[in-house]
Write a protein that binds this ligand. Structure first.
Ligand SMILES: *[C@@H]1O[C@H](CO)[C@@H](O)[C@H](O)[C@H]1NC(C)=O
Ligand SMILES: *[C@@H]1O[C@H](CO)[C@@H](O)[C@H](O)[C@H]1NC(C)=O
Length: 383
């Protein structure tokens, strides 16, 4: 029965969606977009095997040598071809996503801040401990659109954004726990819309406009990530799932970034396979590997070593944790800026991280949050 209250809630949801989605029309013109396959930026690999920490000054960025760089503007000179919806649908999911959410590395970072929580800040049920962190994003980014998306709005938003690839929507719905959905949501929203995603229990300490030194052109990178863990000890594997683990509580990206495309494809295919086999996770044990920081880290390293995007002949080996261990300033690999551990994990009192008032401290993640099984997601954070 449609009570007055339900009608009000539905009206509010519809209005929110309308507001969020009003500029999606252009993306729907599937007949006129770029051709497939979408070539990514080919950027030379920073690839010295020297594992010594980057001792450059704060706010100095190590960049790749331009040697061997292919002309990035070539991509714009490709002849345009049309592809019908039927032809597109038989292509692998990754290619469909590349077509639906084309990546333009030279575009601007969209001024969005995306967060998710059970309730909006306007609700009386919004957890009071999140008020200050939530407000910090608005205060430091007054000209950004800041949205806290509730679970029920999230599913509508995903349905809308991914209507051309219903298997993605099916996978989102099939994920058995809110924490898995929340993980998947961040990759989905950034792939489709770009901007900043940040967990609701994470406080902004400095505006995103300060995260990367101003002398690095915004057109030279399409993603900014931070380091969650860099356990430089022989028994690291007892405590952490990866020698270097990138965090996924805060991510900045331009829409269509190939890393996002890869992780959305992986989680979608993995989920649908497990759904068929009846092997979807039954507890929170596997979250880290399934949608969390471990798979995020693996997908990023895979990208760093993907000959489709990097000229593998210009270096002398693969990109591994060695290039990131102990870094104290931002490091750029291809079109990805990796911030040092202090930037997104200040105050952890370990692994060389600086304090909250360090000039390189940009966001503060609250590891005490009780809303997710933090002990499982961030293995060994008490060490
Ligand atoms: C997802 O990525 C993980 C880690 O690289 C890999 O083991 C797994 O096979 C991938 N799943 C799919 C469906 O590609
Ligand atoms: C480098 O990475 C590629 C692609 O991920 C892999 O096939 C190759 O075995 C790696 N080489 C070394 C020396 O680890």
């Amino acid at each position: 029965m449609l009570t007055f209250r339900r009608a009000l809630i539905i009206a509010a949801a519809v209005l929110t969606l309308f507001y969020l989605l009003r500029n999606t029309q252009a993306e729907k013109q599937i007949q006129t977009a770029d051709m497939l396959p979408k070539p990514g930026p080919v950027i030379p690999l920073q690839n010295n095997d020297n594992p010594s920490p980057d001792t450059a000054e704060q706010h100095t960025l190590s960049t790749n040598s331009p040697k061997g760089q292919k002309d990035p503007s070539r991509r714009h000179r490709k002849p345009q071809t049309q592809i019908s919806l039927q032809d597109l649908r038989v292509k692998p999911l990754k290619e469909q996503l590349a077509y639906n959410f084309p990546y333009d590395p030279e575009s601007k970072f969209p001024a969005y801040i995306w967060q998710t929580w059970k309730y909006t800040p306007a609700s009386g049920k919004f957890d009071p401990t999140f008020r200050e962190p939530e407000a910090s994003w608005t205060l430091l980014h007054p000209r950004f659109v800041h949205e806290v998306i509730t679970d029920s709005v999230a599913v509508q938003l995903i349905k809308h954004l991914y209507s051309a690839t219903p298997e993605v929507v099916e996978a989102y719905k099939a994920l058995p726990f809110p924490v898995l959905k929340a993980d998947f949501f961040r990759y989905l929203i950034l792939l489709a819309r770009g901007g900043i995603y940040s967990d609701i229990d994470t406080q902004a300490l400095q505006s995103a406009t300060e995260w990367v030194p101003p002398d690095v052109p915004r057109s030279s990178y399409g993603m900014v990530i931070g380091i969650e863990a860099d356990p430089d000890r022989p028994d690291w594997a007892d405590w952490y799932s990866r020698r270097i683990q990138f965090c996924q509580w805060t991510i900045q990206a331009k829409p269509g970034h190939p890393i996002l495309r890869a992780i959305v494809t992986n989680i979608t295919e993995e989920t649908l396979k497990r759904k068929d086999q009846g092997t979807l996770p039954k507890d929170h044990e596997s979250v880290v590997e399934y949608t969390g920081p471990a798979i995020w880290t693996d997908i990023i390293f895979k990208f760093f070593n993907d000959p489709e995007y990097f000229d593998m002949n210009s270096g002398n080996g693969n990109i591994t944790w060695r290039q990131f261990t102990g870094i104290t300033s931002a490091k750029k690999v291809g079109d990805v800026v990796v911030l040092p551990i202090t930037s997104f994990s200040p105050g952890v009192k370990t692994m060389g991280a600086g304090e909250d008032d360090d000039p390189m401290a940009f966001v503060k993640h609250n590891f005490e949050g009780t809303w997710k099984p933090a002990n499982l997601r961030h293995i060994g954070e008490t060490y």
